[in-house]
Design a protein around this ligand. Sequence first.
Ligand code: HEC
Ligand code: HEC
Length: 329
Amino acid sequence: MKKILKYASYIVIAIVLIVVAGISYITLALPNVGPPENIKVEATPQRIERGKYLANHVTACVDCHSTRDWTILAGPIKEETLGAGGEKFDANVGFPGSVYVPNITPYHLKNWTDGELFRAITTGVKKDGSAIFPIMPWESYSKMSREDVYSIIAYLRTLKPQRTDYPARQLDFPLNILVHTMPAKATLGTVPDQHDTLAYGAYLVQIAACKDCHSQANKGKIIEGLEFAGGHEYTSPNGGTIRSANITSDRETGIGSWTKEQFLSKFTQYADSTHKHQRIIPGEFQTIMPWYKYGKMKVSDLEAMYAYIKTIKPVKNRVNKFTPAEMRD
Ligand code: HEC
Ligand code: HEC
């Protein structure tokens, strides 16, 4: 009996040591995407212009990294907060921890090298080597072309410095351990020829991170077979639950029956100079889809996205886009 107890205690000690070693390895040695590259991005006017277009209207960096006015349908950003960060993900929106979207103006990034920024955008690793939680869709950006990332870096350096700082990130166990394993080396892409509409549309959909929001995921991994089929749930900033739409070409439950004009106007209505902000009352339908920013995408780019989305395999998945919060008395 004594012997058995002795062996059992060895086994327990061994297990504890393995777990401690495993956690130490994960937290000390990961992420290991390598050091930042030694690069210097030349800020040409072309790059700044392209970067401005991408960061605002395609990759939507500044949509997330600014504060949004959630009293208006689709939450346009408060222009005076451009790049200042400040949106918070915490228990109120069902997030296991508390993460503030950081400031990405020169006030906060002035000591970051271009290589560190490049690594952050394409692999999800911060200046200090720690992981960026994938609320930021850096996995989608990891397939951007090098030149497009350079353009975004050149543009970020031109933003008006905003003096905002936020509390450090808190993640609940076990996410605080797992987050170290998330960053991954980039597999950069190339910008296809714009005349190759399908390939060009696919590139835009990729770097605009449409799939991140429009697919259901399990523990952060997109469920195979449900790509673009919608149903990803979010706590609405205005109360209740919203779900991303099915944007596959299924005619019944997706957008397969939409004409190009319908698709375009769904976006461009927000960019139209006659567009009136629609105020919403608490509890009403609100959406996190960055319609205002995407709405100013070039029409030819929206057309290319439409052409590509039409080729996405239809998936039958009926989505109820909104469930109001339960009425409390
Ligand atoms: C959906 C929201 C979202 C989008 C879109 C987004 N980010 Fe982020 N970003 C975040 C969040 C949240 C963090 C902080 C995550 C954390 O601390 O783990 C972050 C972190 C960063 C950081 C690290 C800052 C620091 O202090 O460590 C940089 C740099 C950055 N983002 C740049 C960008 C750029 C450039 C783009 C567009 C190509 C972009 N982000 C798009 C949400 C977003
Ligand atoms: C931050 C998350 C998010 C991102 C990123 C996003 N969407 Fe959405 N999208 C939603 C949500 C939530 C809805 C449902 C609410 C609504 O209609 O606004 C939606 C609705 C839509 C609709 C309306 C479909 C319908 O049946 O009414 C279309 C079309 C659409 N998205 C296309 C896109 C495309 C294309 C992209 C990439 C350029 C994209 N979305 C990126 C969250 C997102």
